[in-house]
Design a protein around this ligand. Structure first.
Ligand code: NAG
Ligand code: NAG
Ligand code: NAG
Ligand code: NAG
Ligand code: NAG
Ligand code: NAG
Ligand code: NAG
Length: 859
């Protein structure tokens, strides 16, 4: 239940009809608008406070605040996409409460559940603060969205407004204070009323005595839960409002029983949400708070390395050191500085610890202390390293993995694909001395090769790169420095993908892409061997791959299997004709503020309808839905959304685009394809004469299997945590393989095989436990996979859980403990545990040296 007439998000308007249609768009306020308003307000406060502390200027942006205006005022226009993404992430979790906990009164402050509702808020606040301290901002956002919901509902569902209060009840965000004078269970609070008479249905002695009450709510079967004399929520769905005392008191919208107080309730809900955010900000500090809402200095992009540290890697590690130094030296303090730096070393049997910091100097030193040692046999734990990085990197990041060895942990392939799809992260593989490069190298000099990656081992990396829209670059160690120019380009701000495609097996095909006025730095990346291409510009000018004198390609480099082209800027439709019998990938990127965000969503089966963002693959062969929004321009409109099949011919499935309030678009396709596809969005920025085109780098798939899980999100160290899940398939009876993995190597149990009966679903339970020593604020990403026995189809659900220790979390930790050293120590000890549990490895040594180094730096 929600403010704004049961209109869960704006789409519900499409869904339940009747009552909701009466609300004019932009009239009543809903959870989404309240949340956005409060985040914009809190962000302005944070940027103002930061400017004051740093002695810089801050001009409050014009009212009403917009994401674009606020990001600009914060001097962080580069962060606009991540800012909007953070707001969306928080908002979707807020809305999910109405879907997942529709009938749990505590989440809505119904039924006088004041103590229980506050408990949800205050316990959630502890988790949010702990997550922020550990820089686990996504976990913080998700929990924050979840607790904002009851906080906002309080003002609509209780009689706080009717009692004459004009300020938020700040005791809802405090733990050990009195919420107020709550009505006894036996105390009558309302008299019957009907429709318009309902303005004064709360009993006079309740009002005069400043006694808090809230409405009961129940759909048909729960009618009997309302004790005599108690108020109801009210509205068509609420069956309790039909028994005495009839009528209701909610202020969800102007049309509600107490709709005349909707504006006051919504404004108080906004103010209370602002207050909650301020409390979170004061605990986190301004910079970390801003990171949580997606605002960072610099480019808003992460620099993220996953590095094989086994013996033969010393050349590669030297290159990584050079690249890191060069990016950091040339970009620190500029708009191109990465917002966060992540490093995951791996070899065999160890991987990690993950180092994550926004301190460039610290990161440079950590990288400079990397050494190549050990790594017994040929294969290394590369996918475990990627999994760890994917679990921590911000969404839409780009990861660079360096290795010269095959993966030992190939069984993690589907897990890595699941994480790629869920985070829309690009993974690039820099593979040195693979078989192909070896062959060439051997023919150049007779140097014996001790390690080599076979074609099939390399294919695993290619598959993962392709799924994510990244490159699998195969070069010799000598050629590597040239290939790494891609890294600086990926970390520069506002990188957008105009086109991404691949063909395997290779074939002649032609690809088109639109370039709009906002795009600069137009580049093409191609991987493949023995290929030629012809480029045609919007004016009809052409240039062949072999032609070095043409003017369309302003610079071109080929190294190993990797070709990079810089194109002249010409607005309009370009064409790229590829000719090759070998597999190839191609990607066209540029820099532009204008981009898009999207989530697959599906209609809720709950009483309020609404749409929930999927943590799984969407269902194949049935209607599919996406929630799309444009970032970087308040005036842009979406003109077309298509799912483009990744296979030959690039067949397009057009979506029906329905604009919603607040700049979102609900896109429906009749049949979700059974094969891989990318999402392509076209649109128009107001005043521009050309459409823009953007594409997801990620290749997505739909599945015939469905998975759902409904667990809490907070784990207590040392306590078994259960995740009940349900699997079903649309097809005939079958068995599916189940696998549960997590990013932290926590002990996990799960069924390995489940029988799915046609037309029925099957339940299972995954359990995991975090070791007692796990610090509060850590998070773990749990992936549950269900795979058809023939391996042709799989689905997954990806859950992010926070670890909060109720005992030590309250110990006051001031600024000193949030220093990176503390974080590193904790991460080190933690991940050393993982390695030690298998065998003592270099992780431990690396860990110790990093801690020692950190201590030195911080002294
Ligand atoms: C409602 O949610 C709270 C908090 O998660 C939980 O403790 C309680 O058991 C739930 N109540 C019902 C009826 O499910
Ligand atoms: C904005 O935030 C400040 C500080 O938390 C608060 O006092 C003010 O009420 C907020 N404004 C709105 C409109 O919520
Ligand atoms: C789902 O089942 C249909 C019909 O049996 C089949 O054609 C399709 O390939 C399957 N999809 C996937 C993703 O396996
Ligand atoms: C599923 O597995 C069980 C046990 O291994 C087997 O008895 C059954 O025949 C299998 N069912 C199908 C449809 O494959
Ligand atoms: C679905 O599965 C459950 C549990 O195995 C079983 O009790 C139930 O009878 C099944 N339903 C149908 C329609 O077969
Ligand atoms: C499976 O789990 C769901 C949701 O937790 C529950 O409603 C259903 O009864 C369970 N089914 C079986 C067969 O246990
Ligand atoms: C942090 O530690 C330093 C030295 O250990 C101390 O002087 C300082 O007061 C501490 N700061 C805080 C905020 O605790």
């Amino acid at each position: 239940m929600i403010l704004s007439g049961l209109a869960v998000f704006c789409f519900l308007l499409l869904h339940i009809g009747g009552q909701a249609f009466e609300i004019l768009p932009g009239d009543s306020l809903n959870h989404q608008e309240i949340t956005e308003k409060a985040i914009l307000n809190a962000t302005v406060q944070a940027c103002g406070a930061l400017a004051l502390a740093e002695g810089t200027n801050f001009n409050v942006p014009a009212q009403p605040f917009t994401a674009e205006g606020v990001a600009a005022a914060c001097g962080a226009s580069q962060s606009l996409k991540t800012f909007q993404q953070a707001i969306t992430s928080i908002t979707l979790r807020n809305i999910r409460v109405d879907i997942r906990y529709a009938l749990n009164a505590s989440f809505h402050f119904d039924q006088e559940m004041f103590v229980q509702g506050r408990k949800i808020i205050t316990e959630g606040m502890i988790a949010v603060k702990a997550s922020n301290k550990m820089e686990n901002y996504e976990a913080a956002r998700q929990k924050l969205g979840e607790i904002m919901h009851p906080l906002q509902d309080f003002y609509s569902h209780s009689n706080w407004v009717e009692l004459g209060n004009t300020l938020p009840n700040s005791n809802l965000i405090r733990k050990d204070t009195s919420i107020g004078n709550i009505a006894d269970k036996s105390k009558a609070t309302c008299r019957s009323c009907n429709g318009d008479d309902c303005t004064n249905n709360i009993l006079e002695d309740i009002i005069a005595g400043k006694i808090l009450t809230s409405g009961y709510f129940g759909i048909a079967t729960l009618v009997s839960t309302k004790p005599s004399g108690k108020c109801s929520h009210g509205g068509a769905l609420d069956q309790t409002s039909k028994i005495k005392p009839t009528g209701g008191i909610n202020k969800d919208s102007f049309k509600s029983s107490h709709g005349h107080l909707h504006t006051q309730a919504a404004n108080l809900a906004t103010a209370a949400t602002s207050q909650l955010l301020e409390n979170i900000r004061l605990a986190a500090g301004n910079r970390p708070f801003l990171q949580m809402v997606g605002i960072s200095k610099g480019s808003s992009r992460a620099l993220c390395f996953v590095i094989d540290t086994s013996k033969s890697m010393s050349d590669d590690i030297a290159v990584v050191k050079t690249v890191t130094s060069s990016i950091i030296n040339s970009h620190v303090g500029t708009e191109s500085e990465p917002s966060v730096y992540i490093l995951v070393p791996f070899n065999d049997p160890g991987f990690g610890p993950l180092i994550q910091t926004s301190d460039a100097t610290l990161f440079k030193d950590v990288v400079n202390h990397l050494t190549a040692t050990g790594g017994g046999d040929i294969e290394e734990m590369s996918l475990s390293g990627v999994q760890l990085a994917l679990a921590s990197a911000p969404f839409n990041s780009e990861i660079f993995l360096f290795t010269d060895a095959p993966a030992k942990d190939k069984q993690l392939k589907n897990t890595v694909i699941a994480l790629i799809e869920r985070t829309q992260t690009v993974v690039n593989f820099m593979v040195t001395d693979s078989v192909v490069t070896n062959r060439r190298k051997r023919s150049n000099n007779n140097q014996p090769q001790t390690r080599a990656i076979s074609e099939s081992d390399a294919q695993l990396y290619k598959d993962l790169a392709q799924a994510s829209g990244g490159q699998a670059i195969e070069v010799t160690k000598d050629e590597l420095p040239v290939a790494t120019t891609i890294i600086a380009q990926a970390t520069s701000s506002s990188v957008v993908t105009l086109l991404q495609a691949s063909r395997s097996p290779g074939q002649t095909d032609s690809f088109t892409f639109l370039v709009d006025e906002t795009v600069t730095n137009l580049r093409v990346y191609i991987t493949g061997r023995s290929l030629t291409f012809t480029l045609t510009s919007p004016t009809g000018a052409t240039q062949q791959s072999a032609d070095s004198t043409g003017s369309l390609i302003t610079s071109s480099k080929t190294v190993g299997n990797f070709i990079t082209l810089q194109l002249q800027k010409q607005v309009g439709q370009w064409k790229l004709q590829m000719v090759s019998n070998n597999p190839y990938t191609l990607k066209v990127i540029g820099q532009s503020a204008v981009d898009f965000l999207f989530h697959f969503v599906e209609p809720s089966e709950g009483p309020f309808g609404g749409f929930d963002a999927l943590d799984t693959r969407p269902r194949a062969g049935v209607k599919g839905r996406l929630l799309v929004s444009i970032t970087g321009s308040d005036s842009a409109t979406v003109t077309e959304v298509a799912l483009v099949k990744s296979s030959k011919g690039s067949e397009e499935i057009m979506g029906v685009v329905v604009p919603q309030d607040n700049g979102n678009y609900l896109v429906q396709v009749d049949v979700m394809p059974a094969v891989e596809f990318v999402v392509r969005v076209k649109g128009r920025v107001q005043g521009s004469s050309n459409d823009f085109q953007r594409q997801s780098p990620t290749n997505f798939r739909a599945s015939n299997l469905t998975l759902s899980a409904n667990s809490g999100t907070i784990m207590i160290p040392g306590t078994l945590f259960s995740v009940p899940f349900t699997v079903a398939s649309g097809g005939p009876d079958q068995n599916v393989t189940i696998r549960a993995t997590n990013s932290k190597g926590f002990d996990t149990t799960s069924p390995t095989l489940l029988f799915l009966q046609s037309g029925n679903s099957t339940n299972g339970t995954v359990t995991l436990s975090a070791p007692l020593s796990t610090p509060s604020g850590s998070d773990v990403v749990l992936t549950i996979e269900a795979e058809a026995l023939d391996g042709t189809d799989f689905n997954y659900i990806v859950l992010r859980l926070s670890i909060v220790n109720p005992v030590n979390v309250e110990s006051s930790c001031t600024k000193n403990c949030s220093l990176s050293i503390w974080l590193m120590l904790v991460l080190c000890l933690f991940s050393t545990r993982i390695s030690v549990s298998t065998r003592v490895s270099q992780s431990f040594l690396l860990c110790l040296s990093i801690v020692a180094l950190g201590q030195l730096i911080l002294k």
